[in-house]
Ligand binder design. Structure first.
Ligand code: BGC
Length: 256
């Protein structure tokens, strides 16, 4: 298990790339996070440059964890719902490792946020099936069984009332369609009820930007299982990515 006290995380989104060193004893940020606009077009090469900048800004000299809004298997990007399609099949681990000069591991953004919630936030000490959902541009999901992550579940792309539920129930749908918080809350409730029917979770944790003002919409939810608001706020992705970063020395020697 980790003996280090600090790690470094980067959370890549469609509009911003955010990074900070993280105290892995409690998931807090060990310095102010830096946010740089995601380059447009958000190609792998352009984003690798920003990753290098973020690491250099913090004078970080060690392994790095990165999360991004894609299916990621063994460091390779396998989906590009809300990012540039040129990411498909790119070995992001290798690309960022080369850019930074230290081992980098890349995971799905909602998996990282979920890992942070399970370690330090609303999922602390919880067993059974727990599902962490993030509501932002899309809907991300992190599924845990007795604290162990089942990666890349992509529950934002379930078919419900149409092909892709995130198009109607993500936070971005509320803005796009001018929905009231109540109307949007009802859509989220319908979605959560479906998720409960499929997985019978003990607990659903609601995160992402929309969880900042829960009083506006959580009273509309009654999906048939316990629901909690994420505690790690905006930093869940950074903190979880940092926790999942390679141990100092471990990956480097495995690769050499
Ligand atoms: C992507 C997921 C991601 C989620 C939240 C979805 O569109 O497919 O991989 O976790 O957005 O960013």
């Amino acid at each position: 298990m980790a003996t280090r006290t600090r790690s470094f995380g980067i959370d890549i989104g469609g509009s911003g790339m955010k990074a900070a060193p993280v105290d892995v004893s409690d998931g807090s940020l060990a310095a102010d996070r830096l946010r740089i606009d995601t380059p447009q077009p958000a190609t792998p090469k352009a984003m690798a440059k920003v990753v290098r900048k973020l690491v250099a800004h913090h004078d970080w000299d060690g392994p790095v964890g990165v999360c991004m809004p894609s299916v990621v298997t063994n460091g390779v990007v396998r989906s590009a719902a809300n990012i540039d399609p040129s990411w498909l099949d790119v070995d992001a681990d290798a690309l960022f490792t080369q850019a930074v000069g230290h081992p980098v591991s890349v995971v799905n953004d909602a998996d990282a946020a979920g890992v942070a919630e399970m370690r330090w936030g609303s999922g602390r000490g919880r067993s059974g099936v727990v599902i962490c959902l993030t509501f932002g541009t899309g809907i991300g999901s992190g599924l845990f069984v007795d604290g162990v992550l089942v990666p890349n579940t992509e529950l934002g792309h379930l078919e419900l009332d149409g092909p892709d539920i995130e198009k109607r129930a993500a936070a971005s749908a509320r803005d796009r369609e001018g929905l009231s918080w109540e109307e949007w809350g009802d859509r989220v409730d319908r979605y959560l009820t479906h998720v409960v029917m499929l997985f019978s979770p003990e607990l659903i944790i609601l995160g992402g930007g929309a969880s900042k003002k829960p009083e506006r919409w959580v009273h509309r939810l009654d999906p048939g299982c316990e629901v909690a608001i994420a505690e790690m706020a905006n930093n869940a992705g950074i903190a979880g990515a940092a926790l999942l970063a390679p141990e100092p020395g471990a990956l480097r020697s495995a690769r050499e």
